[in-house]
Design a protein around this ligand. Sequence first.
Ligand SMILES: Cc1cc2nc3c(=O)[nH]c(=O)nc-3n(C[C@H](O)[C@H](O)[C@H](O)COP(=O)(O)O)c2cc1C
Length: 224
Amino acid sequence: MNDTLHMNGTTHVNAAAQPRRSAAVPMAMTETGQPAGAAPQAGSAAHRSAPVPLHGAAAAQPTTDSTTPSTPEAVARTDGRHAPIGALVYFSSASENTARFVASCRLDEVGVNVYRIPLKPGAAQLNVREPYVLMVPTYGGGDAKKAVPVQVKRFLNNPANRAWIRGVIASGNTNFGTAYCAAGDIIAAKCRVPYLYRFELMGTREDTRKVRDGIVRFFSERRG
Ligand SMILES: Cc1cc2nc3c(=O)[nH]c(=O)nc-3n(C[C@H](O)[C@H](O)[C@H](O)COP(=O)(O)O)c2cc1C
């Protein structure tokens, strides 16, 4: 498995605590349509190493959004002294592999809010209004149109949610060959954010350590 860690925080994102203008994302992510962004193939050289350039700091603008943000599933422990350093937003299906991985990272203990995108269609929409890294399992069995779960597409189709995405982490199963973790390629291309990491199923202890440390570093290096 190629588990190249792209969370060195040197080149990718200006993650100032402002939403990015939604116009930076040229195409709405549809629930059925093929994304028009030319996503690199999973496992390709581009996937492994190329940072995805943003449209620049000039794209950062406050919005007039008055939606009440959702409450995190796990609230960052900051002892009341600091603001959270950032957030992780994740989706996990009924098999809960990603949920177990997220729990093992214990991100709330290192100052990161954790939000979960609801599984059930009737659930209240998740509204996130702080910089976040999105973690998404890949589905579709090799069909790129279905690689990103519908629930994640719905979440990102809300421009106010999309404005705060700063990076993506994907999971999958290497049995799917070139479609391994393809959801990360698609989201990175569409949202113009770096593809930070990928892992298989519930991840290893090393994956847990890298993601936990990497997310802290990713957000900390972008403060101020
Ligand atoms: C129907 C189905 C299709 C899948 N398609 C892919 C795929 O195209 N690429 C991939 O890397 N993993 C694929 N997977 C594997 C899932 O991404 C993996 O099991 C993941 O850990 C599921 O996370 P979750 O339990 O949090 O939903 C698929 C799994 C299922 C059940």
